[in-house]
Structures are given as C-alpha cells and as structure tokens.
Design a protein around this ligand. Structure first.
Ligand code: KG4
Ligand code: ZN
Length: 345
C-alpha cells in the first residue's frame, strides 16, 4: 500500500510517499526556518503564508520523486494537529481537496503519535518489537508513552511546563544563538574544551530525583539568564564561557531525559525503547541513552531515527497511517491545533 503523507503543522511543508509503512519512495520538504531565524522564533502568519506558497509544488515534487501518477496513490494521510492553526489548515484543506478530486481514502493523523513511527522507516532493518516505551521530545511537547501494540497506548509521563525542544530554543536565545536552538546549542557545545576552563558552571537538573516520569524545563531559562548575568558582571562572558554554557545546557536537559526514561524502562521492562521528535536528533542524547542502557544492563533495544526523520517530515505521517489505517469521509476531517498525544483534551 502506497500512502501519500502531508505535514504542515508548523514551519515545514512536507509530502512523502511511503510503501507499506516502512519504505520511503519520496521525501520532500520545504521549510521557512531561515525566515524565523531572523526573528528568533516562529511568526504564525509568516509560517502559514509560506505553507500556502509551498504546498502544491511540494506534493507535485513528491509524486515525481516516487515516479507515480495520482491514480497510483492508494490513500492520503494528513496531520490534523497539534500545531499552528494557519499552518495546519493549509495541509488539511489541500489533502481533503485531493482526496475528493482523486477519489482516494484519507486518514487524519496525530502529529505527536506519528513522530514515533519514524522508527519504522527503515525497511532494511528489524522493526521495533512491542511492548515499547516511546519518548517524544519535540519543540512543543515532551511525552512518554507505553505502547502494547499499534492500537493500545498509555501515557506515563511528560513535561509539566516547557517542552525539551522549547528549553533548547529559549536558552539558545539567551546565549544569542540562532533558531532552532537545539542544533545551535549542540554546535556551540561541541566547541567546549573542559581543560581550558577555570570556572565552574552548573545548572539544575529539575525533578531528577522524583519518583515519577515527569519533567520540568521552564526553570532552565531563568537559571541560564542568571548565570550569564553573573559571568558578565565578572567580565567573564567570553566565547569560551558561552561554549561552556551551551555544553552545560545540553548536559542538563539530556541528563534528566535519559535518567527518567531509563527509570521507566527499568520499571516497565519493554522490549524496545523508541526516541522521537526533533530533540531525538541530538547526538549527545543518543550517546547517553546507549551508555545508560549498557551500564544499567537494561537489555532493551534502543531505536533512534536518523536525524532527518526525527525532525518534522511527512514520511512518518504516512508510516503511522499504514499501521493505523482508519480512513474517514473527507468532510469529517478538520484541523485540531490543541490535540494532545492521547487525542482531544
Ligand atoms: O519535532 P520537531 O521537528 O518539531 C515539532 O514538532 O516541534 O522538533 C523541533 C525541536 C526544536 O525545539 C529544535 O530546537 C529541536 O527540536 N532540535 C534539537 C536538535 N534538532 C532539532 N534539539 C537538540 N538537538 C538537536 N540536534
Ligand atoms: Zn514535530
């Protein structure tokens, strides 16, 4: 079955064709991220206007890349939420129009659950075995779920305030780095050389010791702001201390994510642990998960999508729709900006 996936929840306009949930036949993406890097964050009206400009060329390019005519598409799948309403509407209304015109089934897709399915997108490797614990760490959400199978999912924890990606984005702004903040912090942290530093920078690890699977990242921005001001007052705010701060931000966020997720793994004993969402592209996070699983002898199979499949794209939208194929009449499909990983609030 060949599904055309469409994703427009934020600042990426994406279309993919995926065969049987695992094999990518086309993967096309246009992004307005560069425009947002100039403003230090996403302006919803700008993102929506760019969606409108890109959507038809992106879909056309995806069909071309897959060498397919519209009649060869078996079904459409489209992100209905969560996301920015203006951006979501562009994908949703375009997909509905195509489903009607091409007489094809269409399925609505929850963007957050779909992120997890990036882990199925490698037709030459073994697929994840259930039960699985999945950690979804994106720009707007941080959720941990236990999946018994494709249909049965239970929420086990998440952030109480800012998402992990948001913490990267906000602290990057404090350091004067670009947007999105995650890759910018990672690149800056790579410049840090521990032996050069006479100072000690230490940030808090919120909720690390608490016996639950929840996170809190909103205090990190204030802590970073305070530390930067302190360094500036001491005339110590230099390229070196900026790199040190970026390193410590990355360590603080990844320490908590890894410790709490592995605690869930130790308790629930899943066969696989799946990482998903933009923050899963972070190499330090992956490294710490690998080390933690080995050191604690957890015996769980870790799955981390390649970076380009961690961040927003339409391939995982199509993959999700294959494993959870529930087409509905196009008239019933609408954008739901406030959707959570478990559905409507
Ligand atoms: O999943 P995603 O592409 O979009 C949402 O659905 O939100 O996630 C975007 C988030 C941003 O906050 C971005 O800073 C973060 O993922 N991110 C990273 C990395 N690449 C993207 N965070 C840490 N390290 C990275 N390499
Ligand atoms: Zn996303």
């Amino acid at each position: 079955m060949r599904i055309l996936g469409i994703e427009t929840s934020c600042d990426e306009t994406a279309a993919s064709v995926v065969e049987d949930g695992r094999k990518i036949l086309a993967h096309v993406l246009a992004t307005s991220a560069e425009m947002h890097s100039k403003t230090g964050g996403i302006i919803p009206e700008v993102a929506a206007r760019e969606q409108l400009r890109s959507i038809l060329p992106v879909i056309k390019e995806a069909l071309g890349e897959a060498k397919m005519e519209p009649r060869e598409v078996d079904a459409l799948a489209v992100t209905t939420g969560p996301g920015l309403i203006g951006s979501l509407l562009v994908g949703v209304e375009t997909a509905k129009t195509l489903a009607y015109a091409w007489k094809k089934p269409i399925a609505p897709v929850n963007h957050l659950v779909a992120h997890i399915y990036a882990n199925w997108l490698a037709s030459d490797t073994k697929e994840p075995e259930f039960p699985t614990v999945a950690l979804v760490v994106s720009g707007g959400h941080t959720d941990m779920v236990l999946m018994q199978n494709h249909r049965k999912m239970r929420w086990i924890g998440g952030t109480r305030d800012d998402a992990a990606g948001e913490a990267f984005d906000k602290t990057a702004r404090v350091l004067g780095l670009g947007f999105p903040g995650g890759p910018a912090i990672a690149a800056e942290a790579a410049k840090f050389k521990p032996q050069n530093s006479k100072l000690k920078i230490k940030l808090p690890r919120p909720m690390l010791e608490e016996e639950n699977f929840d996170f809190s990242f909103s205090g990190l921005k204030t802590a970073v702001l305070r530390e930067v001001e302190k360094l500036k007052a001491m005339n110590q705010w230099t390229n070196e201390t900026r790199a040190y701060m970026a390193h410590e931000i990355q360590e603080a966020i990844t320490d908590v994510l890894v410790a709490k997720t592995l605690r869930a793994v130790a308790k629930l004993k899943p066969k696989s642990l799946l990482l998903a969402g933009g923050v899963a592209a972070n190499q330090r996070l992956r490294q710490k998960f690998e080390e933690g699983i080995k050191n604690q002898e957890l015996g769980v199979n870790l799955f981390v999508p390649v970076p380009k499949l961690c961040t927003d794209n339409a391939s995982y939208i199509a993959a999700y729709a294959f494993y959870n194929f529930k087409p509905i009449p196009w008239q019933k499909i609408s954008a739901s900006p406030g959707l959570t990983i478990m559905g409507e609030e």
